[in-house]
Design a protein around this ligand. Structure first.
Ligand SMILES: Cc1cc2nc3c(=O)[nH]c(=O)nc-3n(C[C@H](O)[C@H](O)[C@H](O)COP(=O)(O)OP(=O)(O)OC[C@H]3O[C@@H](n4cnc5c(N)ncnc54)[C@H](O)[C@@H]3O)c2cc1C
Length: 354
């Protein structure tokens, strides 16, 4: 286990407790985007009408699946294989988005009966109605009276579909925790902070970042620290707390949120980053701070490449502490990129969700 820089007393204060809590808010963070998707597909319908011998264009992307497949096959037969491949990939992606349950990303807030002490980064176990308990990173700052979680729907899951569809204000929950003494906001240092997440991995960082600014931890011995957040998801509305983070950046010029979306371009107006989070991190490195020969060739090309934001600050890995949270494969990819940058273990924290 990597040595820790957190005051042990702070973690010890947060003893594991059982208690009841009452739901005060359940709100979708994502949007229902079916109409938007159908509108975007009108351009593809026109293309198919122009190039194929159709009486009418394919209709609804879910209901009229067969007609879409046949029309795209016919487009390929006209010699437009690459256009057909691109359209097939787009239509599949957009269909998948229409078919997913709504909401799929939830803000769940509740008020514990008694004050619930925790350190930013820790998680809580909740149980709802008859379901098996599950654990969730706490997204709210410990300075708040209410606890907030950011929950992603897992189709076919025991708990999350119910939370997404049925939980409502006034419902009782059982709350147990806090858990997790491996992944916590460490004591302030002179280093800048770099948080890297995908999806709901941003939840513990909401807690850590809010707490950092509330407590003035964005300064150390009179020097301002830069606070970076790099979050990735497929869609813009799957980036948890994007609006809140952007507002915080307006108030604090030393906070630099960078969002990267792999699929949003299909819907038109995305001008942010589109690469994996680990490649996005490399784009924002300070010039000359890394020997690109120490990186695998397929990632070295991202170092210092053009960014899609107007952020002028850059990350110096020799002066950074890095926190990473999300699915296991992503954490591994980020670690592979961060290790050669020379961030010591003492300043590297990671939590993977499996
Ligand atoms: C430390 C920690 C913190 C966590 N924090 C969060 C958080 O902040 N927000 C959040 O939404 N989740 C978080 N999780 C995941 C959460 O604990 C549950 O596993 C998840 O919500 C699924 O619960 P479920 O009952 O709906 O599905 P289950 O009934 O547990 O699972 C159904 C099936 O889906 C698979 N599965 C489980 N989770 C996922 C997943 N994420 N993606 C794809 N397949 C999956 C299971 O292997 C199983 O086969 C965290 C997990 C850990 C260990």
């Amino acid at each position: 286990m990597a040595p820790k820089r957190i005051a042990e007393a702070q973690a010890d204060e947060a003893e594991i407790e059982n208690q009841r809590a009452v739901v005060t808010e359940r709100a979708a963070m994502d949007r229902q985007r079916t109409d938007e998707i159908e509108n975007v597909l009108d351009a593809d319908r026109e293309t198919l009408l122009e190039r194929c011998s159709l009486d009418e264009p394919p209709g609804d992307v879910v209901e009229d699946r067969e007609a879409w497949d046949e029309a795209i096959d016919e487009l390929a037969d006209t010699g437009e294989q690459s256009m057909a491949d691109a359209m097939a990939a787009k239509v599949d992606t957009l269909r998948e988005r229409v078919e997913r349950g709504y909401p799929s990303l939830l803000r769940l807030r509740f008020r514990p009966e008694e004050p619930f002490e925790f350190v930013p980064g820790q998680y809580a176990r909740i149980s709802y109605e008859e379901e098996e308990p599950r654990v969730y990173s706490i997204a709210s700052s410990p300075n708040r009276d209410e606890i907030e979680l950011c929950v992603r729907r897992v189709p076919g899951g025991e708990l999350t579909p119910d939370l997404c569809e049925r939980a409502s204000e006034g419902d009782d929950l059982f709350l147990r925790g806090p858990y997790g003494d491996e992944f916590m906001l460490q004591d302030p240092s002179e280093r800048d902070l770099v948080f890297v997440a995908t999806g709901t991995g941003a939840a513990p960082f909401k807690s850590m970042i809010d707490y950092t600014f509330e407590e003035g931890r964005d300064e150390f011995e009179g020097r301002e620290r830069d606070i970076w957040l790099i979050v990735g998801s497929s869609w813009k509305d799957d980036l948890p707390y994007r609006e809140e983070f952007l507002e915080l950046a307006d108030e604090n010029p030393n906070f630099h949120p960078v969002f990267t979306c792999s699929r949003e371009e299909y819907l038109g107006d995305w001008d942010g980053e589109t690469e994996y989070v680990q490649h996005t991190l490399l784009k924002y490195l300070a010039p000359g701070c890394v020997d690109t020969d120490s990186l695998p060739p397929d990632v070295a090309e991202f170092v210092g490449s053009e960014t899609n934001t107007d952020i002028e600050a850059r990350i110096d890995p020799k002066n950074a502490e890095v926190y990473v949270c999300g699915i296991g494969a992503m954490c591994e990819s980020v670690r592979e990129v961060v290790e050669p940058l020379g961030v010591p273990d003492l300043y590297y924290e990671e939590e993977s969700y499996g």
